[in-house]
Design a protein around this ligand. Structure first.
Ligand SMILES: *Cc1c(COP(=O)(O)O)cnc(C)c1O
Ligand SMILES: [Zn+2]
Length: 418
């Protein structure tokens, strides 16, 4: 097992604590060569109530770095539902739609899948402190997994820009919280310096072990579809770690004969935070970071760390990148929410983007689509209340406004008959 630079192919020891190559390139973890995987073993492992087999990450360990069982820090995570959503499929105009709800992970976002692998690696290499920069969900996940591992955690968050629920989780799980006067990208720069100069183990998705764990979103999804391959995988893109992970998973699944064709990948960004979309439009000839602004705080990122790896995913899967407005995101969220599934704003970019890609003819009405919902509906109550109540602005198109009445049957009758 080795780390390999995606830009210059320089190799490093898998346990070296570097997060970048000397040339500045990102590092990929290369697993040892091994043969075909018989995926039927995963059905057998599904029976486990405890131990690695009960985790929707470690169950798929043929595609993960190896650890001794006592090094593994697991809640366990994964095992998230794949919802068949025929009504939403009809509404956006595709033949089949499944929604994989990564908000059903232990701390409410897909970050837990990467965190179980990276925290286990921190334990393996004897780290004494872990850190991350975060728009909220990474900090909640780091705080929880560090507490499970008995490691002190320090998280860097943009001051005043993360939701109460995410900050609350992080406070509650006991991490040291440093609020940065600046945006996420500033927090990200500072934590990388801190990790290099102070020797703190970095748990952001620049850490290749995070990407390894996040591959299991796709692997578990295909397992749930009994290894039939959808035409498209649609997901939101912020720092682009997931986009990188899905591309790596697809390549490895094919290498090891677990699947014999690949879905196309569509990554959706918010218009106010769309540097990857702009790069895609230039056929990846240019890439310009931007000042990010969107209601979808989990993807409010102007300089995505995993750009180079994500670009590879799009190129290798004949993928596309699309951008949608905040109004499109919040209207899509309202549909997912009132279907009973629910998700946070960034996750709804998936549905908003799917709708746009069907409208523009990129995704065909005959397509079978799997969308990734990245975070839980309870992660951002502020966004829900602003959309439905207005709170000084006009409420959203699908607003569901509470009605105030006196405790009188006559008034109740009148309201219910309206
Ligand atoms: C982190 C996060 C994203 C962005 O994922 P990337 O891998 O950084 O592109 C999207 N949605 C939610 C809910 C997140 O927590
Ligand atoms: Zn390099």
């Amino acid at each position: 097992m080795e780390l390999v630079c995606v830009s210059c192919q320089q190799r490093y020891d898998a346990d070296s604590l570097r997060t970048r190559c000397d040339c500045g390139g990102l590092l990929d973890l290369i697993l040892p060569e091994s043969g075909a995987v018989d995926v039927s073993v995963y059905n057998t492992r599904l029976r486990a109530w405890r131990g690695p087999d009960s985790s929707g990450v470690w169950r798929y360990r043929e595609f993960l770095p190896a650890f001794d069982e006592q090094q593994i820090v697991s809640r366990p995570e994964g095992n998230t539902n794949l919802y068949h959503a025929p009504e939403i499929a009809r509404d956006v105009g595709v033949a089949e739609l499944w929604l994989k709800h990564e908000g059903e992970n232990p701390t409410g976002s897909f970050k837990d899948r990467g965190m179980t692998v990276a925290t286990s690696h921190a334990v393996k290499v004897g780290a004494t402190m872990v850190a991350c920069a975060s728009t909220g969900n990474t900090s909640a996940s780091v705080a929880s997994y560090a507490a499970f591992a008995g490691l002190p955690a320090v998280v860097f968050v943009p001051d005043g820009k993360i939701s109460a629920a995410k900050l609350g989780q992080t406070v509650a799980y006991g991490a040291r919280i440093i609020q940065i006067r600046g945006d996420f990208d500033a927090a990200m720069r500072l934590v990388q310096d801190a990790s290099r100069e102070l020797g703190i183990y970095l748990l952001n998705s620049i850490n290749p072990y995070r990407i390894e764990g996040q591959k299991t979103i796709l692997i578990e999804l295909l397992h749930q579809l009994d290894w039939t391959i959808p035409d498209w995988i649609v997901l939101p893109g912020g720092n682009l770690g997931n986009t990188a992970a899905i591309g790596k998973a697809l390549a490895e699944l094919r290498d090891r004969n677990a699947i014999n064709k690949s879905p196309r990948v569509a990554v959706i960004q918010a218009e106010g935070a769309s540097p990857f979309y702009e790069a895609f439009r230039s056929s990846f000839r240019s890439f310009e970071p931007m000042d990010a602004d969107t209601v979808a705080s989990a993807i409010r990122i102007g300089n995505p760390v995993s750009y180079e790896k994500a670009r590879r995913t799009i190129e290798r899967t004949d993928g596309v990148v699309e951008a949608v407005t905040d109004t499109e995101i919040m209207d899509a969220k309202a549909l997912i929410d009132r279907s009973g599934i629910g998700c946070e704003p960034a996750s709804a970019a998936t549905l908003a983007g799917l709708r746009k890609l069907v409208r523009t003819g990129v995704i065909s009405p005959a397509a079978r689509v799997a969308g990734i919902l990245t975070g839980h509906v309870m992660k951002d109550a502020e966004a829900v209340m602003t959309y439905h109540l207005g709170n000084g602005t006009s409420p959203g198109r699908f607003a569901n406004q509470p009605v105030v009445i006196d405790p009188e049957m006559s008034q109740l009758r009148e309201v219910l008959q309206r």
